[in-house]
Design a protein around this ligand. Structure first.
Ligand SMILES: Nc1ncnc2c1ncn2[C@@H]1O[C@H](COP(=O)(O)OP(=O)(O)OP(=O)(O)O)[C@@H](O)[C@H]1O
Ligand SMILES: [Mg+2]
Length: 335
């Protein structure tokens, strides 16, 4: 049996079919433009349009339907790491709803809550605390996404927030340096901090790559597709258009850098004895020319791109590899 992992993005839909999670043996990799440009249908009509789009993809690429895994963008869910007094499993189960109400801004009757204990001391002492990851999603949204797939006879085996897939794909160890994982996308970016192999916090930054398209289109009087081509071909190349292109692209990247600096500051405030050492870039926009250099200089940290297929074999995609981390993380999840 094989795994079919889908990452539905506003720009494109990425699919990996793999033999099983452990061997990372890729049977198929596909990237299809998302004609609808949305990732979560809002009404019945959009559910139907979406079902048709997904159904065509399964049909055209003959995708296996037995173990279909999906990711949700971080801006549709809320993830928070909370630190609470030590509780045993039963105590935690009964207290978690109340904890979530404090931490997650989704009304109780629309909340689907998942939680995971990240860190727990061995023994209960008076001031022992534990770290718990809360993930809240909206029932109303999850139901619509599930309906898209149920319409075509597929019941997803896994629906998780994309940043968790990306983090899993990176396989952090407890002795790895403190790291920012930046999952970049067309409409938004997720910024997650990992320390001692564990997720510290994650937040969403509305500085997606399409803002660069709009800036280029407006400045040079181009349509959005032409603008996107300029961005993808030249990025932050200072030689292009006598330096005028980089002048337009830079301010958008600067806003993202400001959000990364906020993450660094927030982490340092909470862990004065620790220091973030590196930034790992993932997602299609991470391939932009000059981006690694610009971030390295602005942040004074090591900046590198993900390598989602470093250990994989088989039908590895020949382009846009950086945008497949989410799928590879979905594949790696043990069910
Ligand atoms: N070489 C490149 N330079 C700059 N941008 C690029 C490059 N290659 C791809 N992109 C941009 O990356 C984006 C597509 O990446 P990706 O497929 O990860 O987005 P998405 O998952 O569809 O978006 P989202 O997750 O925000 O819905 C597009 O904006 C595209 O223009
Ligand atoms: Mg994406």
């Amino acid at each position: 049996m094989s795994i079919t992992a889908l990452d539905i993005g506003t720009h494109s839909i990425k699919v990996i079919v793999a033999k099983d999670g452990k061997s990372q043996s890729i049977i198929k990799s596909v990237e299809i433009p998302n004609k609808l440009g949305i990732v979560a249908p809002k009404n019945d009509q959009e559910i139907l349009q979406f079902s048709e789009l997904i159904s065509n993809i399964f049909h055209d690429y003959k995708l296996d339907q037995s173990d279909v895994r999906l990711s949700l963008p971080e801006y549709l869910v809320t993830s928070k790491v909370i630190e609470i007094p030590f509780l045993n499993d039963a105590e935690l189960a009964s207290a978690i709803g109340w904890q979530a109400e404090q931490a997650i801004p989704i009304p109780k009757n629309d909340l689907v809550l998942q939680y995971q204990v990240l860190q727990k001391p061995d023994k209960k002492t008076p001031d022992a605390t534990m770290k718990v990851l809360l993930v809240g999603s909206r029932k109303s949204i999850v139901e619509k996404i599930n309906n898209v797939f149920l319409n075509i006879g597929i019941e997803a085996t896994l629906l998780e927030t994309q940043i968790f897939s990306v983090i899993r794909s990176l396989d952090f160890q407890t002795n790895d340096p403190e790291t920012i994982v930046l999952q970049m996308g067309n409409v938004s970016n997720d910024i997650a901090v990992i320390a001692n192999g564990l997720l510290e916090f994650v937040f969403n930054s509305k500085t997606g790559s399409s803002l660069i398209d709009s800036a280029i289109a407006q400045s040079f009087n181009l349509d959005n597709n032409q603008a996107r081509e300029y961005k993808e071909n030249y990025g932050l190349d200072s030689a292009q258009m006598e330096g005028k292109l980089i002048q337009v692209v830079s301010p958008v990247v600067d806003n993202l850098i400001i959000d990364l600096q906020k993450a660094v500051r927030f982490f340092t405030q909470n862990h004065p004895e620790q220091k973030i050492k590196r930034v790992v870039l993932s997602g299609g926009p991470a391939a932009m020319k000059g981006l690694v250099e610009k971030m390295t200089q602005a942040l004074g940290l090591e900046v590198l791109q993900v390598a989602p297929f470093a250990k994989a074999k088989g039908q590895i995609p020949d382009k846009n590899q950086l945008s497949f981390s989410v799928c590879m993380g979905l594949v790696a999840r043990k069910l």
